[in-house]
Design a protein around this ligand. Structure first.
Ligand SMILES: Cc1cc2nc3c(=O)[nH]c(=O)nc-3n(C[C@H](O)[C@H](O)[C@H](O)COP(=O)(O)OP(=O)(O)OC[C@H]3O[C@@H](n4cnc5c(N)ncnc54)[C@H](O)[C@@H]3O)c2cc1C
Length: 371
């Protein structure tokens, strides 16, 4: 039975969930403060808390291992998302904002999850095109482990604009509005908000990125990157022994290449640090000099600062029954926030879990009303 679902959030989590809820037959409205737009028009200050434009965004496989319990939960979500990206890319290679390419990893101090990653183990984990690199392929003697595999990058605003257009074309509705609490979304109806012709809201999805300030496990991880004009034919990631990272994410679609990057917990500085820019550019050119194509310097288009919506213990993907004041009594909210640095690469798997949670709730309601 078709229901009206309000999805709070128009980042990668919200739009992916909205599309799959729509595909499951529901009437869906996306309510958000920020919507996808050309990257060049997104405001670095007023929209810094909208993380999706500032992401790379590439898929890096994180091998599941007992030393990292979250990885076992997330790996199947990344496999589902990979299949979705592959299928969308094969149907819409010119328009969906997705590029398939080689992923290269260099590690100075590999943890147990990498040390145990053999070709056989990679096949078991469904990692496509996996190959261990030989030491002669490492960029320098500090690197002690390396691999390559097949992966994808997305140009965030091309990809999300594509998905949003598809959602609206198939009957989805959108409302630009700042919500104070998920409970507020239940009060939005055609009566209160004429642009919503979807009827009373039956359930809400909270895909607000960082949540509503009531979850003590949430924190931000600042990321500073540099967008350069040069192209790169692979997405290259290096993890250094001191815990720092060097990477590049080619965005495709004339979007340049993102050179990264920092991971700074609880750092709210919104302005780019000039010394960080220089460090990032130098480190990446040192690891992958090919990107310079013989030039002295990379061509900087912009500095990027974003806030990864991080959560201790991993993302919150679960349902909650809220007490509502007024005629509604109870309201079901499916939370899907706190995706940290993996929002794109887990997005389709998360959206499937959102649909399962919402449908599971409605099945329960039907069972209760029959008793
Ligand atoms: C530097 C950097 C590099 C990254 N690289 C990668 C990468 O390579 N791969 C990858 O997978 N991920 C990457 N990420 C992480 C990824 O960008 C995020 O995980 C993802 O964008 C989170 O998406 P989201 O939809 O959950 O949240 P957001 O994109 O933040 O969207 C939240 C939505 O909720 C809305 N909203 C919030 N509060 C309210 C409110 N009160 N009322 C109305 N609307 C509201 C916002 O307007 C927005 O529409 C990177 C992040 C950064 C910063």
């Amino acid at each position: 039975m078709a229901r009206h679902i309000a999805v709070i959030g128009s980042g990668v989590t919200g739009i992916s969930s909205a599309i799959l809820l729509q595909r499951a037959g529901h009437r869906v409205t996306i309510i958000a403060r920020d919507f996808p737009a050309p990257f060049e028009t997104i405001n670095a200050i007023s929209q810094i808390n909208y993380t999706s434009p500032w992401g790379g965004a590439h898929n890096r496989w994180v091998p599941p291992h007992p030393s990292n319990p979250q990885s076992a939960f997330e790996h199947p979500l990344s496999i589902t998302t990979f299949s979705h990206m592959k299928s969308l890319y094969s149907f819409c290679p010119q328009t969906a904002g997705i590029t398939f390419l080689k992923g290269i990893e260099y590690l100075e101090a590999p943890g147990p999850e990498y040390q145990s990653l053999t070709t056989a183990k990679a096949a078991e984990l469904s990692l496509p095109g996996f190959r261990l690199l030989s030491p002669s392929e490492f960029p320098d003697s500090k690197v002690t482990w390396g691999c390559e595999y097949e992966t994808y990058c997305v140009n965030p605003m091309v990809y999300l604009s594509f998905l949003l257009r598809r959602f609206v074309h198939r009957g989805g509705r959108i409302l630009k509005h700042i919500i104070r609490s998920p409970a507020e979304a239940f009060s939005l109806s055609a009566r209160s908000t004429p642009s919503l012709a979807n009827g009373a809201v039956d359930a809400v999805v909270n895909a607000s990125g960082i949540g509503f300030g009531d979850d003590p496990a949430m924190f931000i991880t600042r990321g500073q990157t540099v967008l350069v004009a040069e192209e790169c034919d692979a997405t290259v990631t290096r993890q250094n022994a001191d815990g720092s990272w060097t990477f590049c994410v080619p965005r495709g679609f004339e979007g340049g290449t993102v050179i990264g990057g920092t991971k700074e917990m609880d750092d709210w500085e919104s302005a780019p640090r000039p010394e960080t820019r220089e460090k990032l550019l130098k480190a990446f050119a040192g690891t992958h000099p090919k990107i310079l194509a013989g030039k002295d310097r990379l061509t900087v288009i912009a500095d990027i600062v974003g806030r990864r919506p991080s959560r201790k213990g991993g993302p919150r993907i679960e349902g909650e029954l809220l007490d509502l004041v007024g005629a509604n009594g109870k309201g079901f909210v499916m939370h899907a926030y706190g995706l940290g640095g993996r929002g794109y690469e887990l997005s389709w798997g998360v959206a499937e879990r959102v649909v399962e949670g919402v449908e599971g709730y409605f099945k329960g309601v039907r069972r209760e009303s029959r008793m």
